[in-house]
Every structure is written in structure tokens, then in C-alpha cells.
Write a protein that binds this ligand. Structure first.
Ligand SMILES: Nc1ncnc2c1ncn2[C@@H]1O[C@H](COP(=O)(O)OP(=O)(O)OP(=O)(O)O)[C@@H](O)[C@H]1O
Length: 333
């Protein structure tokens, strides 16, 4: 799947050739610096991108291609089959409506429950996210940031979707509340068999919450695999830098920019040739300036080339770096 924004200055290739899969009850973490394309990828999944975005490829939700759904079908799928908790979503609540009414809305709009039943369901949802049922009568300004974020999670869960996409769901919260909300999301999706795609620039948050990680750089996935393995033994130099930048969950002293990496992430309109990371890479070889390596098993094991990008990336630790290829280049760095 790929996404290109059309702009007056030219085309912006924000997501370039990504293939990912999420199973029931599984949490996939998407990490990367600002501008790496994480939010674009998340918004694409439910076609929430601006009109200037052109999406190619396919996005299968229970075997049905989201990109080919008509608007009626797409409306039916949003909330009911898949829902998104946005970055700073707590500010998306309508300030003049009680939170209970707002949680009930997708249930009523999708005809899943009549008003009386919706009220009962809202009470149950609030309790599941750790809020007392009477909070349904509260207005958003009567709740703390963490409580509002819990309301957004209740809303995302309301229609029992198959997939939840959470884009930086805890970034605005303080460290203690952040940990509570992450634990809550994790246990709710595991109990209900919901797939989760969680987006963050903080690899430690994702490693603590997710089963698998995918690290994005300049619109591509450059490393993927079991969460602990990628976090503690990243094989792509960018994955390593990201893990070092966020050594522990919610550490306020963590740095936004990975330590030891000079420069900024590349402008997608002016991507360097070869591996997009090579100008910042501490272990780049001369060939990295012209050669872009596909995801490859990080243990260097030989695989069927037809298999290595799509299916095996889902379970194996893979990295798109010349240093994980089975036969290292005979070059000096
Ligand atoms: N509407 C748009 N038109 C043109 N370019 C865009 C648009 N939205 C995003 N981009 C560009 O696409 C690239 C990817 O942006 P995106 O927001 O997906 O990254 P991100 O990793 O989610 O960053 P952040 O963490 O800051 O949200 C960036 O270079 C951004 O400037």
C-alpha cells in the first residue's frame, strides 16, 4: 500500500510500499519519528485522509477492500468494524454534550441499540474503562485529561469493532496515567479479540504494550518483528537509535530525536537515493547511497524470495538493511 499527497509544490510520497497484517487480539506497534508516515498510514486504513491523498494497493478488513467500498459501506464499517482513537482525541469531544450521549451516538447511528439499551451499554462501557457509570452525565470539562481519553476509548469500543487504531493515545497524559491507559487498552483488546494498531514515536511505550513492532522511516517499514526482540535487539541502525532514545516506558528525560543521529528525517519530496537513512547512518556502506534493501530476516537465514516481504515479516524479525543480508558486502564503511 502506498500514499502520495498532491500539493502545489509537487507529489509527497508519505507512505511507500507497506505490507502489514494484524490478527484478532493482536497489538501491532507502529514507531517512527515525526513525518515518517505513521499517521498517514493510520488514517488511510479508514479512508480518513484529505482529498489530496492518492492511495494505491489494497487494505483488507476481514477480506473486504476498504479502498473499493462505496460511501454507504464505508460509513457502516467506521466505528462498527474499525475505529480510531486520535492523537489528542480527548479534545475532539463535543464540549456542550454529555459524554454518555457521545458514547451512545455510534450505537444509535448504526442501529446497534435503541436509546434505552444504549444507555445501559454506555454504563457498562464506562465501567470497563474504569469510570463510574454516573460519569455518563458529565460534560467533558468536568473530566481530567486521562478520564476524557478513557471516554474516547469507550467510544472506540462501543460498537465492538474488529480493529482499533490508536494514534499516540497517551502522549498528552502524565506518566502514571499513561501507563494505566496503556494497560487498559491492552487488556480490553486481548479480552475481546480486537486487533490493535498503536502508533507512537516512543518505542518503549510500544514495546510494553504490543506483540509486534514495525519501525517506519521516510514512509517505509525498515524493521519489524516481535516487540521485545525489536526493542532490545534492533538490527536496523535506525531501530537501534530509536530504542536508545526511549530506554524506559514514559521516561520524561527521553529524547524526541534519537541520540547519536545527526540531521533531520528527510523531506519526502527530496528523498536521498538508495537507502533513505544512509545520510544519517553511522554504519552506512558506500553502496547504501544507491542500493535500497527490502525487509530481510534479521538472523540472515535464507528465505524464499517470494515469501520474504509479506508473510514472513509478520512473525519473523526482519530489517531492511544491508548489514542483515546473508552475505555481507565486501566493502569498507
Ligand atoms: N495533507 C498533506 N499534504 C501534503 N503532505 C502531507 C499531508 N499530511 C502529511 N503530509 C506529509 O506526509 C509525511 C508523513 O506525515 P505523517 O503525519 O503521516 O507522519 P507521522 O509519522 O505521523 O508524523 P507525526 O508523528 O508528526 O504525526 C510528512 O512529510 C508530512 O509533511
Amino acid at each position: 500500500m502506498a500514499v502520495t499527497y498532491r500539493s502545489a509544490a509537487g507529489d509527497v510520497p508519505a507512505v511507500r510500499g507497506i505490507s502489514l497484517e494484524v490478527a484478532e487480539g493482536e497489538a501491532l506497534g507502529l514507531a517512527g519519528e515525526s513525518g515518517s508516515g505513521k499517521s498517514t498510514l493510520a488514517m488511510t486504513l479508514l479512508r480518513l485522509l484529505p482529498k489530496s491523498a492518492r492511495v494505491t494497493g489494497e487494505i483488507l478488513l476481514d477480506g473486504e477492500d476498504v479502498l473499493r467500498m462505496n460511501w454507504g459501506r464505508l460509513r457502516a464499517v467506521r466505528w462498527a468494524s474499525a475505529s480510531v482513537v486520535f492523537q489528542g482525541a480527548q479534545h475532539a469531544l463535543n464540549p456542550v454534550r454529555r459524554v454518555g450521549e457521545q458514547i451512545a451516538e455510534p450505537l444509535l447511528v448504526h442501529g446497534i441499540a435503541a436509546p434505552a439499551e444504549a444507555r445501559t451499554r454506555v454504563a457498562g462501557l464506562l465501567e470497563q474503562v474504569g469510570l463510574p457509570a454516573w460519569r455518563a452525565r458529565s460534560y467533558p470539562h468536568e473530566l481530567s485529561g486521562g478520564q476524557r481519553q478513557r471516554v474516547m476509548i469507550a467510544m472506540a469500543l462501543a460498537c465492538s469493532p474488529r480493529l482499533i487504531i490508536a494514534d499516540e493515545p497517551t502522549t498528552a497524559l502524565d506518566v502514571m496515567i499513561q501507563a494505566q491507559v496503556l494497560t487498559l487498552i491492552r487488556s480490553l483488546i486481548a479480552d475481546r479479540g480486537i486487533g490493535l494498531i498503536m502508533i507512537s514515536h516512543d518505542l518503549s511505550v510500544l514495546a510494553a504494550t504490543c506483540d509486534r513492532l514495525a519501525v517506519m522511516y521516510a514512509g517505509r517499514v525498515v524493521e519489524t518483528g516481535p516487540a521485545r526482540e525489536v526493542f532490545t535487539g534492533a538490527r536496523h541502525p535506525y531501530g537501534r537509535a530509536l530504542a536508545e532514545a526511549f530506554p524506559t516506558v514514559g521516561d520524561p528525560s527521553s529524547r524526541m530525536a534519537p541520540r547519536g543521529l545527526g540531521g533531520d528525517p528527510p523531506d519526502p519530496m527530496r528523498l536521498p537515493g538508495g537507502c533513505s537513512f544512509h545520510p544519517r547512518c553511522p554504519v552506512a556502506l558506500p553502496s547504501c547511497a544507491w542500493r535500497e534493501v527490502e525487509l530481510w530476516p534479521a538472523d540472515g537465514a535464507a528465505v524464499d524470495p517470494a515469501d520474504h516481504v509479506t508473510r514472513s515479516t509478520e512473525t519473523r524479525h526482519t530489517a531492511a538493511c544491508v548489514h542483515v543480508l546473508p552475505e555481507p558486502e565486501e566493502e569498507s564503511a
